[in-house]
Design a protein around this ligand. Structure first.
Ligand SMILES: *Cc1c(COP(=O)(O)O)cnc(C)c1O
Length: 355
């Protein structure tokens, strides 16, 4: 068996969910879209099914996977529906849905409603991606309410820059949201993970934690609010080849790395086809049998190479942590010029082990 393993700690997922909800207060939807950020949506949802207030996914297909996996609690479609035919499924499977555009609103108003819909009406309070402008929000709300097709409307918005401590854009979004929802009945939901972690004014009726559930902080490195989060995924593999090179020898595609000392090179089973970012090549941190080392040369599709020169005990069979308990997925992401979200979502071809 190829030794690339994504070990998913469901107890850590549960711990992080409880921590997120406690920090936020009120209730929290566990955001398990994109296959739970690459961790396995059904397994993660099942691990908190007895305690979670509900779940959030991107779309109908993801919600149906959870229902097929035995999840009976509330599930919110964060993107809403893409065509009217999906609304029958929303009703049949008791799903909640975001309404974030005029088109989605018209679809809902024109659809049959054997039972009431539970709508999360989204405002564009400044991110300018999705949602009704503040000036149009109350009218959309009133049309929904007067249609008689909804039993409750949750007022929601989403932050563009909540992960930047000291940035006032989030306060501006909250102020715009508060002003435009004043006097409209219903629960409120505004906080993603970063909102939960550092914006107390974003703590309302419902939190929507995502990345923090997986134990990765969206905040700048070392921010104290990350304390207590436990990494859920540990991606590991093993060395299956070793070679000794002299000085001035190239390693890997493009000879992007050339040895500057006699070098012991370890070959391991993981590449960009597994989701390890190719941009995190030479210098990206790894842990080999518990000792720090680094990637050398370019990451290729199925393999990559690491420096064993200072680890004489390491060799074929040595275990390599690519990220997890010691190597922060955030650090690897930073080497690749991206964020942990993308790395976690991209993991594939690994053997997933739950426990
Ligand atoms: C993905 C998503 C979240 C979760 O965001 P994190 O930064 O992962 O906590 C919350 N709300 C909405 C609308 C989302 O799309």
């Amino acid at each position: 068996m190829r030794p690339l393993i994504a070990h998913v700690r469901l107890d850590h997922f549960r711990h992080n969910y409880l921590l997120a909800r406690q920090r936020h207060g009120g209730r929290a939807l566990a955001v398990v879209k994109a296959n739970a950020y690459g961790h396995g949506a059904v397994r993660c949802a099942q691990a908190v099914a007895d305690i979670a207030d509900g779940f959030a996914v991107a779309c109908l297909e993801e919600a149906l996977q959870l229902r097929a996996g035995g999840i009976t609690g509330p599930i919110l479609l964060l993107e809403g529906v893409f065509e009217a035919a999906e609304l029958a499924e929303v009703q049949a499977h008791d799903l909640w849905l975001v309404v974030q555009s005029r088109e989605q609103l018209e679809m809902l108003l024109a659809a049959p409603a054997d039972k009431p819909y539970r709508v999360w009406l989204k405002m564009d309070s400044g991110m300018h991606r999705a949602g009704f402008f503040p000036a149009d929000y109350a009218a959309a709300y009133q049309r929904l309410l007067q249609s008689g097709k909804v039993d409750a409307i949750v007022k929601m918005t989403h932050f563009a820059r909540a992960d930047e401590p000291g940035c006032d854009a989030t306060d501006a979004q909250i102020a715009a949201f508060n002003a435009a929802t004043a006097g409209l009945e219903g629960d409120v939901s505004v906080a993603n993970s970063a909102g939960i972690m550092i914006h107390e004014r974003a703590h309302r009726d419902w939190g929507r934690p995502g990345i923090m559930l997986y134990g990765s902080s969206p905040l700048p490195d070392g921010h104290p609010s990350a304390a207590g989060l436990k990494p859920v995924m540990r991606l590991s593999t093993r060395i299956f080849g070793v070679r000794e090179l002299g000085v001035g020898e190239p390693v890997g595609y493009g000879a992007s790395f050339v040895t500057t000392r006699p070098t012991r090179v370890g070959l391991m089973a993981c590449g960009y086809a597994d989701g390890y970012p190719r941009l995190a090549s030479t210098g990206s941190p790894v842990l080999i049998d518990g000792a720090n080392s680094q990637v050398i040369g370019r990451v290729s599709m199925d393999m990559m190479t690491v420096d064993l020169t200072d680890l004489p005990q390491a060799g074929v069979g040595s275990e390599v942590e690519l990220w997890g308990d010691t190597i922060s997925v955030n650090d690897v992401a930073a080497k690749a010029g991206t964020i942990s979200y993308e790395l976690l979502c991209n993991v594939k071809r690994a053997h997933f082990v739950y426990g």
